[in-house]
Design a binder for this molecule. Structure first.
Ligand SMILES: Nc1ncnc2c1ncn2[C@@H]1O[C@H](COP(=O)(O)OP(=O)(O)OP(=O)(O)O)[C@@H](O)[C@H]1O
Length: 700
């Protein structure tokens, strides 16, 4: 907590006057927008166009309303005082008194707010003082100043413990808070970067990668309106994580960001998780190649083409079919829409053949009549016309008599033709395509030659088997190949825990961000069981080459020095090249307990009870191997603490963490040691590991 300072009460009072004025203006704005929205909703709209315009206006106002409502808690949190005596308040939204030059409150993302985050004693950026305000329930609770120009503290400066310490010491609630008031300079530089392409942020556990990613999303919405109009998507590893971060953007006044998992993008609900060895295979790029290859193999392979048109049979040679296939593939369209190009091209060729046939038949008749009667039918027809006084009429040209347009149009709707086209270029479905590919190992040989026979055998799925989570990126890939790019894409995509994505999932993400404007944050030392890439170049190279800006965060704001120190040995094994983060927090050394297999539940319960009594109100978590969750749940652990399977602990944070059977977590999956590293780095205050002693072996 900030130290008591005798000037503090006076400063709090003075700030309260400003803050009250801000809330007064916020209320006015809210009332104004609510009234406008009510007017719009009441207004009549007769035509479809008017209804559309009304809906658009209502949506815009509703969005503005949500932004203002989101700013209520802690509306203002900072103030900067220039060496020239000017002062600006910084907050969650900007508030301007009409026509007044100086804003009452500056949006934290505005350029004018930059020195609040970036000024240091070495580079004060024209500031004398940076002030943090803690505002709760519309009342200023604390004021805390940092002097940046080397001047002595005056009576109106309140210099004490920083607000960062206060934020970090605060109890966890199970929901991440925004760090807008205390973003650190190295974080802010990334959040505010003018770079519109791909920004990658790496750093050890607790270095604020998620903080940066979410504040970056809010900044993009504010600073790049063109990108914002196309939408912002935030991807996280699982529903638990998304729930944890769900409040941050609304508290920054941004409600229009979609939070989702990769799986949700596919629009198919998986019925089961995939065993990780198969999931790893299904995540590999070979599957994308195989699906594309399979589609190509269904596109007019080789043969000629015969179609019945009326009474006639028209045969096209394989070169004609190949020309149609080339036209269809050159269109760049996905398989099903390209089928139309193929069909049109083929019908063009059939029509040409029919036309040639018609001309030949007429000429043949003329020749036969001339041979048998000596009569020239064309000359006779011309004479007849002259007799009728139509001597200027042109001689009928058989090619002109043939109405190619009508023939072509008829053929497009002809069922025979469609059946014939279907045999060459069948309509496909994404589900059908994936089922076909994975139906049997022998057939897979052709399209998945890079895998071993054993790997192919593991990929086989009975065609009626329900979809698994690892099938979803395959379905998404298949949908893109068959029907084209997804309907919904985004102007900017944020991916948290990005080290988790498989090659196939990266393809899903890239497909949804055609402009390649992204913020990707993660840590390969925390990679889970499906990750095969060792670094960003391997993960992103196939999609982006080296076109990404890489930043590294170095300070851990979560884990205490004592906890971090216990992970150094593990870190040097799982990520030999990685420099450990520097923690700015001190705490208790982690504790180690031991128990027997049959007393695990009792030991955990006893420990939780003791901790709950010693530290009431703190957020406790028990992390264990996935296979042990059920046993601990039925022992009632969830009544005391959050019970988290190790595979789902990424990104989460608690005051105290109890790790049950760490050796079991390390052995449970190929990424076990990395899972354990994640588990060990979830606590902000205290860590306790409970090792399980092997049961004594019976004496033979
Ligand atoms: N500038 C900051 N001000 C206040 N709190 C911060 C700041 N930066 C980080 N924190 C806090 O530190 C903790 C860790 O941050 P965050 O979850 O973003 O780290 P991370 O790098 O994503 O961690 P992990 O790799 O474990 O997922 C959070 O409680 C976050 O609120």
């Amino acid at each position: 907590m900030p130290q008591f300072h005798e000037g503090a009460a006076g400063q709090i009072e003075a700030e309260q006057v400003h803050v009250a004025a801000m809330y007064g203006l916020l209320d006015e704005r809210l009332a104004d927008v609510r009234a406008q929205l009510a007017d719009v909703l009441r207004s009549s709209a007769d035509s479809a166009g008017e209804v559309y315009e009304r809906d658009v206006a209502a949506e815009r106002l509703a969005r503005g309303l949500r932004r203002l409502e989101g700013a209520e808690e802690g509306l203002a949190f900072g103030r900067i005082d220039g060496a020239d005596g000017t002062a600006l308040h910084i907050g969650r939204v900007g508030l301007h008194v009409d026509d007044h030059d100086v804003p009452l409150l500056v949006d934290w993302r505005a350029d004018a707010a930059r020195p609040f985050y970036e000024a240091t004693a070495v580079h004060p950026m024209g500031l004398r003082r940076r002030r943090h305000l803690r505002v709760e329930d519309r009342a200023v609770r604390t004021v805390s100043d940092e002097l940046l120009d080397g001047s002595e503290a005056a009576t109106d400066d309140v210099v004490g413990d920083g607000p960062l310490t206060e934020a970090l010491e605060a109890r966890r609630t199970g929901r991440m808070r925004s760090a807008v008031a205390t973003l650190q300079a190295e974080q802010d530089a990334i959040v505010r970067s003018p770079h519109r392409g791909v920004t990658v942020v790496q750093g050890g556990p607790g270095t604020g990668k998620t903080v940066v990613a979410l504040h970056r999303a809010a900044y993009v919405l504010y600073a790049f309106p063109g990108v914002a109009a196309r939408g912002v998507l935030v991807l996280g590893p699982n529903a638990r994580f998304l729930d944890y971060v769900s409040q941050v953007l609304p508290s920054l006044g941004e409600n229009d960001v979609l939070l989702a998992t990769c799986e949700e993008l596919a629009g198919v609900l998986p019925a089961a998780p995939e065993p990780f060895d198969v999931a790893r295979l299904k995540g590999s790029y070979a599957l994308a190649e195989a699906l594309a290859d399979l589609v190509r193999s269904r596109q007019a392979p080789g043969s000629g083409f015969t179609v019945r048109v009326g009474q006639e049979r028209v045969h096209l040679e394989s070169v004609d079919v190949a020309a149609a296939r080339e036209a269809a593939t050159a269109s760049g369209l996905a398989h099903n829409p390209a089928r139309e190009v193929f069909k049109e091209h083929l019908i063009g060729t059939v029509t040409g053949a029919l036309e040639r046939g018609a001309v030949e038949t007429l000429e043949h008749i003329d020749a036969e009549v001339a041979a048998s009667t000596g009569m020239n039918l064309d000359a006779a027809a011309a004479a007849d016309l002259r007799a009728l006084g139509l001597d200027d009429a042109p001689a009928a040209n058989p090619a002109e008599v043939f109405d190619a347009e009508t023939v072509r149009a008829n053929l497009m709707g002809d069922a025979h033709v469609d059946r014939a086209v279907e045999s060459l270029w069948p309509r496909l479905t994404p589900e059908g395509l994936v089922r076909t590919l994975l139906a049997d190992a022998r057939a897979m040989t052709r399209h998945l030659a890079s895998l071993t026979g054993d790997e192919r055998a593991r990929l086989v799925r009975p065609s009626e088997a329900p979809w698994t989570d690892a099938d979803l990126p395959l379905l998404d890939e298949a949908a893109a190949l068959v029907d084209g790019p997804p309907e919904q894409s985004y102007g900017h995509v944020v991916v948290d825990e990005a080290q988790e994505l498989t090659a196939m999932q990266w393809r899903m993400v890239m497909r949804r961000c055609p402009a390649r404007s992204m913020t990707l944050v993660g840590d390969f030392a925390q990679a889970g069981a499906l990750t095969v890439a060792d670094d960003w170049s391997q993960a992103l190279g196939p999609h982006l080459g080296s076109r990404f800006a890489l930043h590294t965060l170095t300070v851990s704001y979560r884990t205490t020095q004592e906890i971090l120190a216990t992970t150094h040995g593990l870190l040097s094994r799982i990520a030999p090249g990685q420099t450990p983060s520097r923690s700015i927090r001190r705490g208790e050394p982690p504790r180690r307990l031991t128990t027997a297999p049959h007393t695990i539940a009792a030991t955990v319960a006893g420990e939780l009870q003791a901790q709950a009594e010693a530290h009431p109100g703190e957020l406790l978590a028990v992390i264990c191997a996935d296979g042990r969750v059920e046993e601990l749940a039925s022992a009632g652990v969830a009544g005391w603490a959050r019970l988290v399977p190790a595979s789902e602990a990424r990104g989460l944070e608690f005051d105290e963490v109890l790790i049950v059977a760490p050796e079991e977590i390390a052995a449970a999956r190929p990424s076990g040691e990395r899972d354990l590293y994640v588990a060990l780095t979830r606590a902000t205050k205290r860590l306790c590991t409970i090792a399980v002693r092997p049961a004594p072996q019976p004496v033979p």
